[in-house]
Structure formats: structure tokens, C-alpha cells
Design a protein around this ligand. Sequence first.
Ligand code: NAD
Length: 282
Amino acid sequence: MRILDGKKLSEKIKNKVKEEVDKLKKEGITPGLAVILVGNDPASQTYVKMKKGACEKVGMYSVVHEFPESISEKELLTTIEMINKNPNLHGLLVQLPLPKHIDTTKVLEAVAPEKDVDGFHPYNMGKLFEGLESFAPCTPLGVMELFKEYNINLKGKDICIVGASNIVGKPMLSLLLNAWATVDICHIETKDLATHTKRADIVIVGVGKPNLITADMVKEGAIVVDIGINKVDGKIVGDVDFENVSKKAAYITPVPGGTGPMTIAMLLKNTIKATKLQKENK
Ligand code: NAD
């Protein structure tokens, strides 16, 4: 069994990003990322802190707009509009989830597509689905980078994705289809999950349920990618029973240290991409 080491690869990517930042700075451009955080959700606060820290480490400019839970949708949309117009902020992301009184779709659609470094705008989602150049969501993009780094060929592979959300499973499906894999996507209503996972060469799971994927659900020599993040007895675990599945798998991602750090690295990479795009279009 080999570990798909997201921590190590993310460091390598961040070093490359830093070089890109230095180059852009020499041209008088400092890549800038704006993050919008609403409310006091501790997990969201932690993610935002990590994103800001990562930006600063590679020399990017980053600003966090923090708002109380009670902020109105209108105020939020006005802030987005302001950031969209700010030439010093090249990327903009809205940390999800948003409070119930705010229409998430409306908010995500307000982000300028060329600043949409999370890749959640329907314009970018549509382009990704069509196999066109776009901003792809950071978590599935990070999984693709791991496959590339470990020379895992996806062409013709049977891949089972477990979890079909807009931010994980669906964009993962598009990226894999674009790489010519044969993809099976499962969700809460899937009748018999194990029949799908067992026949897959690669299982990718992003659900949010510890131990959802057990050793009897994967075939010998499978590649297993765990996107899940769960807190159990104060410890961070994924959705895969790592101890037992790792005995059968050819490759597996650990949690922590797998897809998590890759997500942040991809956010930085997308911010560079946005900066260059806006530089060209000036
Ligand atoms: P979500 O709740 O939006 O979606 C969960 C998906 O899992 C849905 O499609 C649902 O139908 C499916 N599902 C639920 N129970 C299931 C079951 N028993 N069997 C099969 N499918 C089932 O969640 P999300 O935002 O996509 O996040 C999923 C997980 O990934 C969470 O643990 C989250 O913390 C984690 N996550 C990790 C990263 C990272 O950087 N590694 C990034 C984003 C999300």
C-alpha cells in the first residue's frame, strides 16, 4: 500500500505558487484573495484562518470580510459587488454554509466568474461540465493533482464516487469524465452502495460519515481517496475505515494529510490563475 501524500504534494505546489507570486510582484501585481465569512461556525472560522494563513505564506494579499449571522442578503451582495470591482482582489470566495435566510445560489451567482476561485459559479460549473477551461472547485481539483503526481492513469478506469454534492461529487464527476474515466456516482438514495464500490478500480468518497467505507466494500488493489472530514472523540477522521481498508488498497489518502491540504493548495493555484487572467484581460 502506498500513501497518496497530500501534505507533501501541497507543499511542493505552494512552493511553485510562491515563485509565481514573486514573478507577478516584480511586474507590480500582488495576487489578492478576498474571503467572506458569515456567522460563528467554528469549522468555517478554522477553514478561513487556514486559507488566509496559506495566502500570507506564499506572499499573496488576503482580506477576510467577517459578518454577523444577522447580515442581510442585500448587504452581502453589495460587498460582493464591491470586491468584484476591486482590481487588487483577483479571487473571491464565500465560505459556506451561509445562514438560512440567505439564498446561497444568489450569492454564488453574484461572484464575478473571473474571480470565482472556488469554481462554484454556474458559469464555471457549466464550462467544467462541457470540458472547457474554467475554474474547477478546489477539492476535486486537488484529487486530480494527486492522481497526476502518482502517475495514476484514469483513462478507462472504473471509478466510483460516493457523495454527489455540488462542491465535491459533481465537479469530481466532470473532471474524471473529461479524463476519460468511466464514472459511477452514488448518494444517499443509492440502493446498495457496496455493489458500486466493490467493482471500482478507484473509490472516491466525500460524504461526512466516519467508517462509511469498510474493507469488505473495496476490491483488492483498489485506489481509495477519502475526502470526508469528521471529528470523532476530538480526532479528525475521514469517511474510510483507514486501518482495514489500507490493508487491501494499492494507494490510499490519509485523513488528515490527504485531500485537505490539497484543497488549500488548489485555492492558491486558482488565485494565481485568476490574477493572470485579469492581467491578460486588462
Ligand atoms: P454534503 O452534505 O453537501 O453532501 C454529502 C453527499 O453525500 C450527498 O450527495 C449525499 O447524498 C451523500 N450521502 C450522505 N449519506 C450517504 C450515504 N450513507 N451513502 C452514500 N452517500 C451519502 O457534504 P459536502 O459538502 O459534499 O462534504 C462531504 C464531506 O467532505 C464532509 O465530510 C466535508 O467535511 C468534506 N469536505 C472535505 C473537503 C476537503 O478539503 N477534504 C472539502 C469539502 C468537503
